[in-house]
Design a binder for this molecule. Structure first.
Ligand code: HEM
Length: 216
């Protein structure tokens, strides 16, 4: 469910264009998050593998240019999605009332998506700022951060929120843009839940690996 604030009769074309950009920015961020988790979790294989991947991204300028670019896509995606999120209390109350009335899983998924977005916006921005202003990325530096305690707790909140947001986002893109048929929704949703749980588990194992990594 979404709420459009565009004046009646004027929404048409631009709203559709912005919906496309919202979908494209969301899809890029989903791809980024899958790659990001695979890269960070390479520390589980060995810190050397993670360092080599990070070195590759820095020597090719991908970290210096790609990092801020992802930050930009992240902010643009939020601004586009925020068109449909009610920021006033009475609007929020109406959304919850409607969700209760409709009592449909997909409507509640939209509510979770909107609430998690607010927290991810703040925590994701802090995280990207901290990592990108402290290049190069090394397994030892990441481990030192996480062993400090604060960042371990921080990631324990951000990890499930980001992965759930990504999972719901993937499902919603597939439904809204017609990639899956109505009768396939249940199967797709179950597959998506398994994928989300898998990423949360990989992230959790990665955090444990960082926690016990010897820092020279
Ligand atoms: C320019 C973009 C990004 C870079 C370069 C980056 C880099 C990193 C690095 C190096 C770590 C390891 C921990 C550390 O060093 O503190 C990490 C962990 C993490 N990042 Fe990012 N990140 C980026 C964007 C994001 C975004 C957009 C999100 C989600 C909104 C995110 C969520 C996380 C989470 C949840 C962890 C903990 C992973 C785990 O459980 O092992 N990151 N990131």
């Amino acid at each position: 469910m979404s709420i459009s604030y565009a004046p009646a009769g004027k929404s048409g074309k631009w709203d559709g264009v912005m919906d496309w950009f919202q979908m494209l920015s969301g899809a890029s961020l989903i791809l980024f998050m899958w790659c990001h988790m695979l890269l960070v979790s390479s520390v589980v294989i060995s810190p050397g593998v993670m360092n080599s991947i990070a070195e590759f991204f820095e020597s090719t300028g991908l970290a210096q240019v790609g990092g801020p670019l992802i930050f930009l896509v992240f902010l643009v995606h939020f601004v586009l999605a925020a068109r449909k999120i009610p920021f006033r209390f009475d609007g929020q109350k109406t959304v919850v009332q409607h969700a209760k009335m409709l009592n449909h899983g997909d409507t509640w998924m939209w509510v979770i998506q909107a609430v998690s977005a607010m927290i991810i916006l703040i925590m994701g921005s802090i995280h990207m700022w901290v990592v990108l202003t402290d290049l190069p990325i090394t397994a030892a530096k990441s481990a030192a951060r996480i062993q400090g305690g604060f960042w371990a707790a921080f990631y324990l909140v951000l990890l499930p929120l980001a992965e759930i947001h990504v999972g719901i986002g993937f499902y919603r893109i597939a439904v809204k843009w017609g990639f899956i048929k109505d009768r396939e929704r249940g199967k797709f949703k179950r597959g998506e839940n398994v994928l989300t749980l898998m990423f949360i588990t990989i992230g959790f194992i990665t955090l444990i690996r960082f926690m016990f990594l010897a820092i020279n």
